[in-house]
Design a protein around this ligand. Structure first.
Ligand SMILES: [Zn+2]
Length: 213
């Protein structure tokens, strides 16, 4: 079996482990990607499952944006970088970001699809058949990270786990979604934030960024 096939197999067998989910009332987050995003990536087949694999462990159910709004506790829009208005533009090196207004993170995620796709292509010729798949999984992790900023309403980064500051494309090959968890303190904050409900209004300001390697 070639390394590429073995890798493919390991990627496909990575899954969420709900039994390991920590205790938080199950909250439903609906992700609504823009037309520009779904035109360029396999959103339903690859990206959304990657986001879901990370957040199910935290007791948050991530659903497709097409779900009826009444079934969503939170609806978060995912847009391409080119769709960001001037006052919500991200840093050039950011793979993804969520705008902040008056100290709160807005429920909008911007993703730099071109940069993420190029990172997939840097893996080398042995991985070329997997470049798009790896890039889409990296995109899912970037979206999951920005979702963390939004749900935690925090710009904080830590050294490891979901809220690490730097996302490397090669990590997709060697780290399962389980390596992208919250710290106990972040999980406590998540529980507090989710119990506060949707009282926050949308806001604007500095940027939260996931940097390229
Ligand atoms: Zn961040």
């Amino acid at each position: 079996m070639s390394p590429a096939i073995a890798l493919w197999s390991s990627l496909l067998t990575v899954s969420a482990t709900p039994a390991d989910a920590r205790t938080v009332a199950l909250n439903v987050v609906c992700l609504a990607p823009s037309t520009a995003v779904v035109a360029l990536v396999r959103w339903v087949e690859v990206v959304l499952p990657e986001v879901r694999a990370i957040w199910t462990r935290e007791g948050v159910l991530v659903r497709a944006g097409a779900a009826p709004a009444s079934t969503c506790d939170h609806t978060i829009v995912v847009r391409a970088d080119a769709e960001a208005p001037a006052d919500e533009a991200g840093e050039a090196r950011a793979l993804g970001w969520a705008p902040i207004v008056a100290g709160h993170v807005r429920p909008v995620v911007y993703v730099r699809l071109g940069a993420i796709a190029r990172l997939g292509a840097t893996l080398g010729s042995d991985y070329r058949p997997l470049a798009a798949l790896v890039a889409e999984k990296l995109l899912g992790r970037v979206v999951a990270h920005e979702l963390g900023h939004i749900l935690l309403d925090s710009t904080e980064h830590v050294r490891a786990g979901l809220m690490r500051e730097r996302y490397r494309v090669r990590d997709v090959l060697v780290q399962a979604p389980a390596a992208y968890g919250l710290t106990p303190a972040q999980h406590d904050r998540l529980r507090q934030q989710l119990h506060r409900g949707d009282a926050r209004d949308e806001l604007a300001g500095p940027r939260v960024a996931v940097e390229q390697p």
